[in-house]
Design a protein around this ligand. Sequence first.
Ligand SMILES: [Zn+2]
Length: 329
Amino acid sequence: MTAPAERRLSRRDFVGTAGSCLAHLSLMSSAASPFVRGAWAGVATGAAPAGSVVAEEPWGRLERIAEGVWAMVSTPLTGDRTTLCNGGLVAGRNGVLMVEAFASDAGAKWMASQAVALTGRAPTHVLLTHYHSDHSGGVRGAIDGGGAKLRLTDATRALVTERNAGAPADLLRDAELVNAGATTSLDLGGRTVTLRPLDGHTPSDVAVRVEEASVVFCGDLVWNGMFPNYVDAVPSRLTSSVKALRDLRGATYVPGHGSVATPAGLDRYLALLESVEAAARRAVERGITAEAAGAEYRIPGPLGEWVLFNPRYFERAIGAWLKELAAPR
Ligand SMILES: [Zn+2]
């Protein structure tokens, strides 16, 4: 999608291409703001990673964030959506977990090849945090030939099957189901990860905690510096799931989109979710639509600036709240 040379385009050129391959991208703030220049420089160059960068491509960078733990931070603002979502690798003596199957077979295959390069083995487990296609589109690329076991909840399997074009029925049929009713653990050999079923971004989300490293892979329950997509959200559940992630006392949070976060970053995100709720409750009091409230909504200044993938994300977020607040209890 994006030739390497395009990564070196100026911001002016970048905006100029937005009508074609980046039609959905808009930015929250004035294009001249230092944040936007910084974010653009960051996504284009892979600057300011949380850990040491072990591999970098137009679509993202792989960061070592703890011993045997790597976070994939996708940089789709470059226009290259090979991986699109974040995820990662967790290595133990007996196995390697790949978190997410990413947006495409090519992206998932690239991640599997990184596992081989870094750990000497292909992933033995591939876990989907939820059904959205930017996290699950590369299942075949992740599994084929390597013999990894696909893990996902039953609800996520049903949603991938029903809603995603070209869902790999054979691999889904052979998947190992993650318990959606209780936290379970996966022993990778000298390394335990826990799989915690949650919800709120979708009807079934799973968070992965690497016990010894205090790393939490949040799936799309958490976005960092990018305003979240509420397309399937039940907003009150989303907020309580994010609070549950905070209780996991991670030192390092890998969000579904955006750079790796600290606990302070998670708190900033929670404050963002609460400001959206407040805006929705004001809209109910005033009897205005989600469209009108979304057009008025501004992220509180102290929360900094957030990139919008889509100009309608505010309306969608407030609309999700209006739907929930109007539902009979
Ligand atoms: Zn998602």
